[in-house]
Design a protein around this ligand. Structure first.
Ligand SMILES: Nc1ncnc2c1ncn2[C@@H]1O[C@H](COP(=O)(O)OP(=O)(O)OP(=O)(O)O)[C@@H](O)[C@H]1O
Length: 792
């Protein structure tokens, strides 16, 4: 979601500026009028073009302020001087030395980041320092009052621009000559700023994704509010990110053009250092990711993007905000905390603090008045974007928005995105771009499920990771307790996993994501904090260890795989208790079939053997750590009140305890050894013939040979040869990707949904009958009692 610039003028400054405005006199007014008649963007085609009338006019529907709309009394206007050749040379030299400084600093911050710490914003601190220096320079120059001095100040502003660009740039630009522009033709009709195209070339995004294609004209060129829906991983970040940057750059170009044509132009025309866009994301990791993504695209520009998220130093973030970035990406809690001067109001919506578009909402205006970042003009001109993969899960959202009837009523069945759009004050004329299909899920996603008892979920999980652990895997749990349970069991089973949940320190959360991102076959166990937006390449499989509470979350979770152009698979572990929830999910996606994931049950005895040992070990370790925690708690508290803890046990009791402890630790050691021996060998099916195996596992080369052998046998086979092939089981810890396993099963398990629905129906009938029977018996007994009472 994007909002326009902020003003923070106090009355005194306003009066002063108004006086100055008067003094500046008619001359600058006339200039402004003449400026209005200038074309908006030199890169735009002329009159014939379908969009030109929108770009150059004041008829824009909202959006960023164009120059014509700026009331200079509300803004500390500051025009950067156009870079003439000699100035450019000086700036080049300056920016080179700055770049050196920044790259030195970058190195150190990388080193810090390796510790997975919260020092990410250090880069911004350098910028902040530089900004301070620049501002001081600027202040000094402000004291001089004649025209020459004014010119000097303009040069300084230009310098600041260039230096900021150098700081924002940081890395080498793409060699434009090596770019084959014909490969990027599909972007042409979106008429993006050349600097943005430069980034697109560097990122090698050959064409816009469908949602980008559909949103950019409406958002960037027509200034419309946009509600965008497209499947997970379809490039929604740039669908709103590029329009934000485009509008900022267009505005900047216009200012520069004005200045180059009218050298005496008043410096107050340019609006700099204001918050121009506020992007709110549901999780911290997503905010940091969106920041990185936008920074990457904004590299050749001097537009600054700063993350404001919880779990990191508030002071540091306050300092970052003082450097006045144009774009802030944040999570509601920390934004609110900073906006309301320290008090945390997590339960309230930050949207109430934002400007309203309708103007009729007087009730909210007192709120917005307290928001120093918003000017009255902005309230009228705010452009709002709401993007999600799951908006269309509510069928009548579109109709309601078109009718302009999205007024909130408590519990009226709106889903969260609808409520957000409504509260964000989206206009009825908003462009609704819904590219989701009926099933909402990503089209490259293969979905499947495994029906099992609750207590067997661990076994199936271990089976999946052992036999199909290729590529990155994310395991989703609904509760932190379940997450802790499986991470502990899997670690005992020698499977390396990272965890991510809301009770972790932010530093550890970032570390987990970074490490998972860096490990080719990594496994992340997460709660739903990782469900939305995380874009980690190479996630091949998503496992739902527990089903989420809503279809919406299911879509977001599954969408961590099959992103952009890649494919992937999701596997839901369904216990009998979850059958009806699962059937409900399937219904919301209008899906005919979910496939049953193929399980070779001949592996299960071996799986169970290992799992049973792991559970016993886990139980002992857990008990030990609980006892230790209890003891240290007692000792700590006793110490704090200077109490000496007596050991009331008799000598015999103490000896017995010691013996028990020793036995238990010997038992633990024995089990651990036993488990280690088992884990040294790959999982084998019960009927497996050892003659195929030498040592501990099958190398990829050997595996290929086996497959080749199987294919040959199949080629000249009859039925008996096919049977033989079935016995040729190729095993190895990373044998086949889940997606491959799923695809090779064909379509045979596709009818299961009907089965599940049938089961669900039968269960419901049974429950209803039981209830009726219970009620009947209850009534019968009551009547009998009454009769007896009446008789006596
Ligand atoms: N035009 C493009 N061509 C190729 N890749 C792109 C393009 N635009 C974005 N991407 C890449 O696609 C990936 C997914 O993008 P993004 O995270 O914006 O998806 P999303 O739709 O927001 O997903 P989600 O709904 O899960 O949040 C990113 O790695 C991004 O760099």
């Amino acid at each position: 979601m994007a909002s326009g610039p902020s003003s923070g003028r106090n009355n005194q400054t306003k009066k002063k500026l108004k006086k100055e405005k008067k003094r500046a006199g008619v001359k600058s007014e006339e200039q402004l009028e003449r400026f209005d008649s200038l074309p908006w963007n030199p890169s735009l085609p002329d009159k014939d073009d379908a969009y030109s009338f929108l770009i150059g006019s004041n008829e824009l529907e909202g959006g960023f302020l164009s120059l014509e709309e700026i009331d200079e009394t509300e803004y500390a206007l500051d025009i950067p001087k156009p870079q003439n050749e000699s100035a450019k040379k000086i700036l080049k030299r300056k920016s080179k030395s700055k770049k050196r400084k920044v790259s030195e600093h970058d190195d150190s911050s990388v080193a810090e980041d390796e510790g997975g710490n919260e020092e990410r914003p250090e880069e911004e601190e350098v910028v902040e320092g530089e900004l301070k220096e620049l501002k001081q320079n600027k202040k000094r120059k402000k004291k001089k009052k004649n025209n020459t001095q004014k010119k000097g100040k303009l040069e300084n502003a230009a310098e600041e621009n260039a230096e900021l660009a150098a700081v924002a740039d940081g890395k080498e630009d793409v060699d434009e000559e090596s770019v084959d522009e014909s490969e990027y033709l599909a972007w042409n009709e979106l008429r993006l700023h050349p600097l943005l195209m430069k980034s697109i070339h560097r990122l090698k995004f050959k064409e816009p994704t469908p949602i980008q294609k559909a949103c950019i004209p409406a958002a960037a060129h027509q200034g419309k509010d946009v509600v965008g829906a497209a499947e997970t991983g379809s490039g929604k970040t740039l669908a709103f990110g590029l329009p934000i940057l485009q509008r900022l750059l267009e505005e900047r170009d216009k200012v520069e053009k004005l200045i180059s044509e009218y050298q005496e132009a008043d410096e107050r025309i340019a609006s700099r250092g204001f918050l121009r866009a506020l992007i709110i994301t549901p999780t911290r990791e997503l905010a940091l990711q969106v920041t990185d993504h936008l920074k990457e695209v904004a590299k050749p520009t001097n537009v600054r993007v700063v993350p404001i998220v919880g779990g990191m130093s508030t002071e540091k973030q306050e300092r970052l905000l003082k450097s006045r970035p144009e774009i802030v990406v944040g999570t509601p809690g920390r934004l609110w905390e900073l906006m309301s001067g320290g008090a945390v109001h997590l339960t309230e919506s930050i949207i109430d603090m934002l400007p309203v578009t309708s103007g009729s909402d007087d009730a909210q205006s007192h709120n917005t008045e307290s928001c120093v970042t918003v000017s009255s003009l902005q309230r009228k001109k705010r452009q709002t974007f709401v993007f999600s993969a799951t908006i269309a899960l509510s069928a009548d959202f579109r109709k309601k928005l078109k009718r302009g009837s999205l007024k909130s009523k408590p519990n009226d069945g709106l889903n969260s995105i609808e409520t957000l759009s409504e509260r964000a004050g989206m206009r009825a004329s908003a462009a609704i771009i819904d590219l989701t299909n009926a099933s909402i899920l990503a089209h490259n996603l293969e979905e499947s499920f495994i029906e099992c008892k609750e207590e067997d979920k661990d076994a199936y999980l271990f089976y999946l990771l052992s036999l199909h652990g290729q590529g990155r895997t994310i395991i989703f749990c609904t509760s932190i307790a379940a997450l802790r349970h499986i991470s502990s069991i899997l670690r005992i089973l020698d499977i390396n996993v990272w965890t991510l949940h809301a009770q972790m320190q932010q530093r550890a959360r970032l570390k987990a994501v970074d490490r998972f991102r860096a490990t080719e076959h990594g496994i992340l166990i997460a709660t739903d904090v990782a469900a939305r937006g995380l874009d980690i390449p190479g996630v091949r499989t998503v496992i739902h260890y527990q089903l989420p509470h809503s279809a919406e979350v299911y879509v977001h979770r599954s969408g961590r795989t099959a992103r952009a152009l890649s494919d992937g698979c999701s596997i839901a572990l369904i216990s009998p208790n979850e059958t009806s929830k699962f059937a409900g999910l399937c219904k919301s996606f209008a899906k005919e079939n979910f496939r049953r994931f193929p399980i070779d049950i001949s592996y299960m005895p071996e799986v169970m053997k290992r799992l049973s040992l792991a559970r016993q070990i886990d139980k002992i370790l857990r008990k030990d750590s609980q006892e230790k925690a209890k003891k240290s708690w007692l000792e700590r508290n006793a110490e704090s009140i200077e109490l000496v803890l007596d050991d009331n046990d008799s000598e015999d009791e103490r000896v017995n305890k010691h013996k028990q402890k020793k036995a238990s630790s010997a038992h633990l050691k024995k089990m651990q050894q036993e488990l280690n021996t088992l884990l040294c060998r790959p999982l084998q099916p019960k009927t497996f013939s050892n003659r195929f195996l030498a040592g501990a596992g099958v190398s990829p080369v050997l595996q290929n040979q086996f497959e080749e052998l199987a294919r040959q046998k199949l080629a000249d086979s009859n039925t008996s040869a096919q049977n033989k092939r079935r016995k040729l089981v190729i095993i190895g810890q990373d044998c086949v990707e889940p997606l491959q396993a799923l695809r090779s099963t064909g379509e045979e398990a596709c009818q299961d949904l009907k089965e599940i629905a049938e089961k669900r129906k039968n269960m419901e009938n049974l429950r209803r009958k039981r209830k009726e029977e219970k009620k009947r018996l209850h009534d019968q007994r009551r009547k009998q009692r009454k009769k007896l009472k009446g008789g006596s």
